[in-house]
Design a protein around this ligand. Structure first.
Ligand SMILES: [Ca+2]
Length: 253
């Protein structure tokens, strides 16, 4: 699916700073993204002037007011979008944790691949939140089951690993799940969105790790394109993808 223009709910200005620290994969306009990424040129939205000078709870409330209203797709509707268009590239859906690929044109058997709630249902992803595409991703069923509702963290003692995803205990002995490098920032920004929109707290030890991941795995063209596509389906954006520096102005989610 090609999204040719960015909708305007996250307005950009032509004077936005292009400081190199904001985005890593700042693709030059005329450089085609070849050959592996199923994406094309992109221009990150960058800082939104509506939030200039805001921080902490003031910023959280402004963001919530701006983006929480969205269309509830229903869980079947959300899953159908994930597996047939949003995360289906040329007939292939890829697990964000293990990299396993599935050829499909419909919602697959839950024994094979299912829908990861990055913010677990058992911790509050219910109602509209259960179907909010901004934190839903396709995952291999086994990896999905292993993650369960464990917090994210840095695994020191590995109990399970596949293709960079790890499950085990962190340096404090807590059971945590660690996604592969390329998905770490996506997880962080999904959870910042979820916490903001649904008014949920992120445990401090998890938040520390997520903020590191937000910096380590910067927004790339694929993540921007996914944000654009989600807007076409549910009419809201993840502002932490549009401007990943927003989370640096929130001391405590
Ligand atoms: Ca990423």
């Amino acid at each position: 699916m090609l999204i040719s223009s960015r909708p305007l709910s996250a307005p950009r200005t032509s004077t936005v700073s292009t400081s190199a620290s904001s985005f890593e994969a700042r693709a030059p306009k005329k450089t085609p993204a070849k050959p592996t990424a199923p994406v094309d040129d992109f221009t990150p939205a960058g800082p939104d002037p509506r939030y200039d000078g805001m921080k902490d709870q003031v910023l959280i409330k402004a963001l919530r007011d701006a983006v929480s209203q969205h269309k509830d797709l229903g869980y079947n509707g959300a899953r159908k979008i994930i597996f047939t268009t949003l995360d289906n590239h040329d007939g292939i859906v890829t697990c964000v944790y293990t990299g396993k690929e599935l050829k499909t044109n419909k919602i697959p058997s839950s024994n094979v691949m299912n829908t990861e709630h990055t913010w677990p249902q058992s911790k509050g992803a219910t109602g509209a939140a259960k179907s909010d595409l901004h934190h839903l991703f396709p995952t291999d069923s086994k990896a999905n089951s292993i993650r369960g509702n464990y917090p994210f963290g840095t695994v020191k003692t590995v109990k399970w690993t596949e293709n960079g995803a790890k499950f085990g205990t962190d340096d404090k002995g807590r059971m945590v799940f660690e996604p592969p490098e390329a998905h770490k920032g996506n997880v962080a920004r999904a959870l910042f969105y979820f916490s903001t929109v649904y008014n949920k707290r992120i445990p401090p030890e998890e938040e520390t790790v997520l903020k590191q991941w937000n910096t380590l795995d910067k927004v790339d063209a694929a993540e921007v394109k996914r944000n654009d596509a989600i807007q076409t389906h549910q009419q809201n954006r993840n502002p932490f993808v549009d401007d990943p520096t927003l989370s640096e102005r929130i001391a405590d989610f």
